[in-house]
Design a protein around this ligand. Sequence first.
Ligand code: FMN
Ligand code: SF4
Length: 415
Amino acid sequence: MEEKVLTQHFEKKNFYKVDVYLKEGGYKAVEKALKEMKPEEILEEAKKANLRGRGGAGFPAGVKWGFVPQDVDKPKYLCVNADEGEPGTFKDRYIMSHNPHMLIEGIIITSFCVGIHTAFIYIRGEYEAVALRLEEAISEAYKKGFLGKDILNTGFDLDVYVHRGAGAYICGEETGLLESLEGKRGHPRLKPPFPASVGLFQCPTVINNVETIANVPQIILKGAEWFCQKGLPKDGGTRIFGVSGMVEKPGIYELPMGSNLKDIIFKQAGGMKKGKKLKAVIPGGLSAPVLKEDEIDIKMDFDSLVEANSMLGSAAIVVIDEDTSMLDVLKVVAKFYSHESCGQCTPCRIGTSWINKIVKRIDEGLGKKEDIDNIIRLASNIMGKTLCPLGDAAALPILSIAQKFRREIESHLAN
Ligand SMILES: Cc1cc2nc3c(=O)[nH]c(=O)nc-3n(C[C@H](O)[C@H](O)[C@H](O)COP(=O)(O)O)c2cc1C
Ligand code: SF4
């Protein structure tokens, strides 16, 4: 049985309570980091661990923290991205509701490493129960002296706040998140400057995903080498794969980074529901280009999926069976992105809405023979021409479905 990192104690009763967490060795990493390590040593360990961001892009966390300037006369902030708006993705919800103190530990260590005294957890509005649980855990941590002033008598101060979003997918994009946190409309900012130097309230800011930060305590306790061994040398640790769709056992599975996609579906998630044939898989949340049945014998890590012209993204695996129409999948994708485009850039705003209209037209039996080419042309014209990555995130899955399942979609035109 694989040793788990983040989900190890999920089955334990009341593990989300601080006393139970402490009995299992909780907050030992904070003790070690704050009392025995210097911030530079923590940074070095995080870099060596090759902890790549779990929010989508896979940027190495230690490298990102290292970009934050230390010689500025301004506060620095940590924003934990708990927006989790990517369709198919539900791993962060499990971490926050089952293991909130591990996330808080990670927040304390990251903040200490970077010299941050205020941290925010930006959580999607729909996660009301999870937000309440987080607030309860934060208040427990204050009472035990892990948060607030002079943490564990080390002289380090840190305050943590939970901020609830209002249900816009674009507020998961890091600069949209910052705007929203500042009380404005979640319109992404032009980069550069990057948040590490000009972020929240124009101050240096680290933004990391929940799963990324929750991995930090174990790296501190067990070391970078151990972490790398749990995954791949250049892509350390485990990954929480959220499997949904037409499988027998949907759910979350924490496995080594680089686990085989076919095995995850057929060995972990119990195989196809009712023995149906697999048609396609979305391997990393809705933004990831779809893989066909003959493309799923593949390692689930950042680089392997890029090589396969897809992406690991949020590691949300959506399994599609033979009975599901790819036009219906395309309909969901097109509707979602046209609804969630923030409207700032023309290719994304107009492109996604045209694609949505064309797909609807095909679905209503009014499609024209040039429609698939039009969808491909429109999606290609969004690619690389927008202010934030939502444009590409919309175009990539649409292109992959239109190109790989062209014949199936064409059959709707014929009928
Ligand atoms: C449209 C859009 C939505 C995003 N939604 C999320 C999200 O819900 N959660 C998340 O962690 N990252 C999300 N991201 C990625 C963030 O912009 C950012 O890269 C990430 O939070 C950085 O954390 P990491 O380095 O730990 O992955 C989104 C990106 C885009 C373009
Ligand atoms: S790409 Fe789309 S979501 Fe991103 S800023 Fe432009 S219009 Fe808004």
